[in-house]
Design a binder for this molecule. Structure first.
Ligand code: AMP
Ligand code: ZN
Ligand code: ZN
Length: 427
């Protein structure tokens, strides 16, 4: 069942209130302006920093003009969906929050996490650290998540007051409508922290590549949803009173069809106890005593466009190797390249459109194509200001500061958040 009982109960209470009093939402809200801080964290999956100014998005541009925009927001490594969403809400690097990839093996549980396995996605054992909705709920603020990685699990014994099991088929406009209903709840029920998630742009980026007409159309479609949110907030007298944080998790690199590396022909895969395959990262867990031999084979066989790393040799700037869930060997290609197994490669060669450029992410987090976006709008943010690039692990402290709650231990710098908020006070 997609909807949680609590959500139903409170939406019902909200509807009841509107029906019984006979008020329109607008009238209702004029009597109840937001006094407590409210954050809506809006995730535009795969919205590359390089799309800004390139693909028309009038509503997003309105928020930029009236708020703060970062030159870019640096994702964490690996530049994948689950690791970065969870870094944004915990302030922790993936190497510290446990969601080290979209697919994860944990030797202690002897289990594999995949985004597509609800039994694992909802299992608390994978999710380390403290997401902002847990921090908020523990300090007396109700929260609501209309999709967000981690929000379906009970973390530290806490779930958002309102949440939804992930269902990518629910339309963007339905998501916006539901969030507006949460914000129309009576004050004691209304969440102070809310998420919205849209995958339209990421989907188009993967299928057609970042330079495509389809990505341009996807940006326009998501911008419409932002327009719907702005209109709804205005109708509820909340526009400019709630804080909108518009973020993305990573960018998107074009992948030309010829940039393929077939990897399992380059090493003796019988020496691996387990391998986890994605086009941008291959994780290899060698059998006992086989690590060096696999490493040497791959070092000798891989082209210059990909590299094998021993876990111990991973760059410090990724803050990654400390996690016990990171594999002893990783193969990582340059942006724009894809790793494949022989069996996949055969199927892939039989695909209909051989010339098609596609899109991918997951690569080094300093690659220009991987950079994400940050826009802040509302009472906490200055107007018409551009701030320098920053790492997404800073956002947890920022959100806690806006909500007036004490953050859990995290990798961000509390001064960064304070400086951003002080921009508001400057003339
Ligand atoms: P990626 O494979 O890194 O491009 O991930 C993007 C995809 O993640 C989206 O298209 C969704 O299908 C999926 N996704 C996003 N949020 C969730 C979630 N909360 N639960 C399960 N899958 C999700
Ligand atoms: Zn993503
Ligand atoms: Zn993606």
């Amino acid at each position: 069942m997609a909807t949680v009982f609590n959500t139903l109960k409170c939406l019902f209470a909200g509807l009841l209130l509107l029906t019984v009093t006979g008020c329109s939402m607008n009238q209702n809200y004029e009597q109840q302006p937001a006094t407590e801080p409210v954050i809506i964290l809006i995730s535009l999956d795969g919205f590359s920093q390089q799309y800004l100014g390139k693909y028309p998005a009038p509503h997003i541009e309105q928020l930029i003009a009236e708020g703060v925009i970062a030159e870019s927001m640096q994702p964490a490594f690996p530049t994948k969906t689950f690791p970065n969403h969870y870094s944004i809400v915990t302030g922790l690097y993936p190497g510290n929050h446990g969601i080290v990839e979209n697919n994860i093996y944990d030797a202690d549980f002897d289990a594999i996490f995949r985004m597509s396995k609800p039994a694992e996605v909802t299992h608390s054992r994978w999710w380390l650290g403290e997401p902002v909705w847990v921090t908020a709920e523990l300090q007396g603020i109700k929260t609501g998540t209309y999709f967000y990685p981690g929000s379906e699990a009970d973390i530290k014994g806490v779930r958002p007051s309102y949440w939804q099991a992930y269902d990518g088929k629910i339309s963007n406009s339905e998501r916006v409508r539901s969030v507006l209903q949460w914000l129309a709840l009576p004050k004691t029920e209304r969440p102070g922290f809310v998420t919205l998630y849209f995958s339209t742009i990421d989907d188009a980026g993967h299928r057609y590549g970042p330079e495509s007409a389809q990505v341009k159309a996807a940006v326009a479609e998501v911008d419409q949803a932002i327009g719907q949110l702005i209109a709804g907030l205005k109708a509820q007298n909340l526009y400019g009173q709630v804080n909108l944080l518009l973020v993305s998790d990573h960018g998107m690199a074009a992948v030309p069809p010829e940039q393929v590396i077939v990897v399992d022909s380059l090493f003796d895969s019988s020496k691996a106890a387990l391998s986890l395959w994605t086009p941008e990262i291959v994780s290899i867990f060698p059998k006992a005593g086989e690590l060096e031999s696999i490493y040497q084979q791959l070092s000798a066989g891989l082209p210059a466009s990909a590299r094998v790393y021993r876990k111990t040799d991973l760059p410090d700037r990724w803050h990654y190797q400390q996690s016990k869930r990171v594999a002893p060997l990783l193969i990582i290609p340059e942006p724009g390249w894809r790793l494949m197994q022989q069996s996949q490669y055969q199927r892939w060669q039989a695909r209909p459109n051989l010339q098609a450029v596609t899109g991918s992410h997951g690569y080094d987090n300093i690659a220009p194509e991987m950079q994400a976006i940050f826009i802040g709008h509302g009472p906490a943010f200055a107007e018409g200001v551009t701030i320098p690039s920053f790492a997404n692990i800073q956002l947890y402290n920022l959100m806690c500061a806006i909500l007036g709650i004490t953050p859990a231990a995290n990798d961000g710098d509390p001064d960064w958040a304070q400086q951003l908020l002080e921009l508001k006070q400057q003339p």
